[in-house]
Ligand binder design. Structure first.
Ligand code: FE
Length: 337
């Protein structure tokens, strides 16, 4: 009861009076947008009768869970990026979860071997290329982005953003520190402007003629096409899936973890399994232009239209471990400077 009350107070998601004492419910702390989650939580409640309370957080997940300790009402945390998932696990705020259903639905490289986090969707970090100024076949690898042929032609958001840190961690995994440093310097030398803005801002810059290629996550193409102001930007570019010379396209995840303090453990496991099920995966794929994590589930037709690709086969756990080294390298060459 006390956990339920605390939850209602912090989340403001439900009126206090509406909460039964031992409700059949599950509580989520989410960095993911409420609009994205609603179709999923509605479908889960319809199927199981379990009520889902969602507290949407902009930041501070680790701090909040730490402060709440074992009185936390949160059962599950939902977030994007392996770095953020790993940070929550490293802070000792999660518990291991395992089930046959989860193992069947989530490929091994997209979950913690000990079960502290499980991937739910994937997204590739790709190149957005000007339709007018970049020929088909001109971009093929991440390594190639350091080639002087791209001088003054590349735009990107900050090198220290989680999405780029994960990409650099993947570069480290494939090539080691020396080569990664040289690559970062090469890419920096090719930048048309200092790193700034978000992934969509780089596509806008391509549309405006400031650069010819940029780094961005795949789902932003869908997001731009859904926004009247940004449709023009999206239509000025094509998505290219670069690969590592000795690997595939860099993929990151959105994922879920069960909190150490989870008061509704059984319901939380049901929710996790539901989120990896074909039904939920189809809803996810359609709502956010991401790739389903479950093998055999087709992405949204728009997403499928961007082309097929071979995902890098590195275990995301390995990337999480390389993240501090990647960040150090990015800062040591003053990538954003
Ligand atoms: Fe994003």
């Amino acid at each position: 009861m006390s956990k339920t009350l605390t939850y209602a107070l912090v989340a403001g998601a439900v009126a206090l009076g509406a909460l039964p004492a031992m409700a059949d419910e599950v509580n989520l702390y989410s960095y993911r947008q409420p609009d994205l989650l609603r179709p999923l939580t509605d479908a889960f409640t319809a199927e199981t009768g379990i009520k889902v309370n969602v507290a949407h957080l902009e930041k501070g997940m680790v701090e909040r869970l730490s402060a709440e300790g074992d009185r936390s009402p949160a059962d599950l945390v939902l977030t994007v990026d392996i770095a953020r998932l790993a940070a929550i696990v490293d802070a000792g705020l999660t518990q291991p979860v395992d089930s046959e259903t989860l193992r069947a639905n989530v490929p091994d490289i997209y979950h913690d071997p000990d079960g502290h986090w499980w991937g739910l969707t994937t997204r590739a970090r790709v190149v957005y290329a000007s339709k007018d100024r970049v020929a088909d076949g001109e971009v093929t690898t991440y390594e190639d982005l350091a080639d002087p042929k791209w001088a003054n032609r590349i735009c990107t958001r900050s090198g220290t953003h989680a999405y780029n840190v994960a990409l650099v961690a993947a570069y480290l995994h494939h090539h080691g520190a020396q080569a990664t440093e040289a690559w970062l310097k090469g890419v920096k030398a090719n930048l048309a402007r200092k790193p700034q803005g978000n992934d969509r801002g780089q596509v806008k810059a391509i549309w405006a003629g400031e650069c010819d290629i940029s780094l961005g996550n795949t789902y932003y193409m869908g997001a731009m096409l859904s926004d009247a102001e940004q449709t023009e930007w999206a239509n000025s570019v094509k998505i290219v899936f670069p690969v590592f010379e000795n690997g595939g396209a860099h993929v990151n995840i959105s994922g879920v973890a069960m909190t150490k303090a989870a008061p509704n453990r059984e319901n939380a496991l049901k929710m996790m399994e539901f989120l990896t099920s074909p039904k939920a995966q189809a809803i996810y794929a359609e709502a956010n232009f991401e790739y389903p994590i479950a093998p055999g589930i087709q992405p949204d037709p728009l997403v499928a239209g961007w082309g097929s690709f071979t995902a890098d086969d590195v275990n995301l756990m390995d990337l999480a471990k390389l993240r501090p080294d990647a960040l150090k390298l990015i800062e040591s060459i003053d990538f954003d400077g």
